[in-house]
Design a protein around this ligand. Sequence first.
Ligand code: ZN
Length: 403
Amino acid sequence: MTEQLSEERRQQVLDLCRDLIRIRSYSGEEEKVVERLKEFYTACGFDEVRTDEYGNLTAIINGNRPGPTILFDAHMDTVPVQDPESWKHDPFGAQIEDGMLYGRGTTDMKCALACMATAAGFFARDTGRDFAGRVAVAGIVHEECFEGIASRAVSRDLKPDLVVIGEASELKLKIGQRGRAEILLETYGVPAHSSNPEKGVNAAYAMCRAVERIHAMAPSVHEFLGKGILELTDIKSLPYPGKSVVPEYCSATYDRRLLVGETKESVLAPIRRILEELHEEDPSFKGNVSYASGEETCYTGEKIRAERYFPAWLLERDHPAVQRVMEGFRSHGYEPEITKYSFCTNGSHYCGEAGIPCLGMGPSRENIAHTIDEYVPVEELYAAAQIYEWMMEAFLCKTDKLS
Ligand SMILES: [Zn+2]
């Protein structure tokens, strides 16, 4: 990269990153991060700062003429620290050691949020707001269990023309990801004393038959995104423990990775067919398949509910947004690799559900997310803030249309 942030700006980026890491913000407890960011946005002269019913925080810088809305999206929640004893660094201490900043949420992904927020401030100052459109930075709640669900409220409000997801990308440009669904498979039996099993129908045996057939299915494949993996993640029978009872109910959960072009119906159809075949072969077999759903409470008190189905998304390499941002990068001597996320992000909503072009760009590596002694290389924070500003420039300081 040819340009570097000034010492003063580097300090500003690092200070905000460390402040956010010091504030614990597990899913549903993001309120104090919101308060700190509000302070920052106010001090930095953002034009609009608002929260919605779920508690997402959106801050906006307006240009001096109409134009597109570019939304920078990062979630404020983190996964919990399961075992603080096994951390060598205080998970909420924001310690720096050998050029690495340590703490829960460094990689995933409060530092990216801090980089986006500071970059928008730099952009406002560097352009004197002489640009078309607006930059919005959204801190999203409850991403760790519901990718993209809280984001729905932000896209409804802003109707962005383009979204930049800040999940860790090693500062490469991400243009897609597989989606994710949690599939619930259920079998039903008839309870009986296990000394007379023929009097009942064992739901666990029924589950075994279904699981075996599903395991033999060939996965769907996409040449860029990979396999539509279907993996069994748990099985439970009822009553549990069984204590001399033939189980009358059994459930299994599958993690299904989704590809572009797949739908809620097309993903379940082959499993439904297997259940029908098993029933035709043995009328006592009773099974059902559906998507798991969940409900969580936001710090605002609002409930967030959703079926666990988060679609895939992918932009073509010659999509105008990809072309435009790459041209912008090249003009600064930066040529990142174009690649894909291997996990699921809020892009599932923006691009997968709402059809809004989406790009991923963030500091750190995907596989440092959710780990013990999670960290981010400090130099990448400065680079990310600079790159985000280049993205704002590429989309808002040129006059030609995005798509
Ligand atoms: Zn994340």
